[in-house]
Write a protein that binds this ligand. Structure first.
Ligand code: B12
Length: 138
C-alpha cells in the first residue's frame, strides 16, 4: 500500500515510455495500454506513432524509463521493433530497462525475433508485466 499525505500526488510505481514503431501509424491499442498503465499508477510518456529509432533513443536518454513499450500492428513493425531494440542495445541503454512489445499478431516467435523481454496481447498484460518487473503485486 502506497502511503500518501492529503493533497499529495500519489507516488508512481515506475516510468514507462511507449510509442508505435516507425512505419506504423496504428495507435488505438497503444492508447488503451497508455491509459491502463496510467490509471494503474505508472508514469507514462507516450511518444506517438511512426516513431523513428533515434527518437526512441533520445527519449530514453531524457526520460530514463524503467520500461519501454513498443507497439505495432503491421507485420513490417516486427522489423522496426527489432531495429529499435538493437539501437537501444548499441546505445548502451538495454541493461537499464525492460522492453515489452504488443499490438497485432505478436507472439513468442516475434518476441524472440525482436529481442524484447516480453510481449503482451492486451493492455492488462502490459500492466501485469510492468508490475511484475517492479516487484509490485499484480
Ligand atoms: C483500425 C485499423 C486501422 C486504422 C488505424 C487507426 C488508428 N488511429 O490506430 C487505419 C484506418 C488508419 C489503418 C491503416 C492501415 N492499416 Co490497419 N487496421 C486497423 C484494424 C481494423 C484494427 C486495429 C485496432 O486498432 N484494433 C483495436 C485495438 C484496441 O485492438 P487490440 O489488438 O485488442 O489492442 C490491444 C493489443 O494490441 C495490445 N497492445 C497494443 N500495443 C501494445 C503495446 C504493448 C507494449 C503491449 C504489451 C500491448 C499492446 O493492447 C491493446 C489494448 O488491449 C486492424 C484489423 C484488426 N482487426 O486488428 C487493421 C490492420 C492492423 N491494418 C492493416 C493494414 C494493412 C493497414 C494499412 C497498411 C492499410 C492501407 N493499405 O493503407 C494502413 C497502415 C498505415 C500504417 N503505415 O500504419 C492490417 C495489417 C496486416 C499486417 N499483417 O501487416 C490489419 C491487420 C487489417 C488486415 N486484416 O489486413 N488501420
Amino acid at each position: 500500500m502506497i502511503k500518501q499525505a492529503p493533497g499529495e500526488e500519489p507516488k508512481k510505481l515506475a516510468k514507462v515510455l511507449i510509442g508505435t514503431v516507425h512505419g506504423d501509424l496504428h495507435d488505438i491499442g497503444k492508447n488503451i495500454v497508455t491509459f491502463m498503465l496510467d490509471i494503474n499508477g505508472f508514469e507514462v510518456k507516450d511518444i506517438g506513432i511512426d516513431v523513428p529509432v533515434k527518437t526512441f533513443i533520445d527519449e530514453i536518454s531524457r526520460f530514463q524509463p524503467d520500461v519501454v513499450g513498443l507497439s505495432g500492428f503491421l507485420t513490417l513493425a516486427f522489423d522496426s521493433m527489432k531495429e529499435t531494440i538493437e539501437a537501444i542495445q548499441d546505445a548502451g541503454l538495454r541493461d537499464k530497462l525492460k522492453i515489452m512489445i504488443g499490438g497485432g499478431q505478436v507472439d513468442e516467435t516475434v518476441r524472440n525475433y525482436t529481442g524484447a523481454d516480453a510481449f503482451g496481447t492486451n493492455a492488462m498484460d502490459a500492466v501485469s508485466l510492468c508490475k511484475n518487473w517492479m516487484g509490485v503485486a499484480a
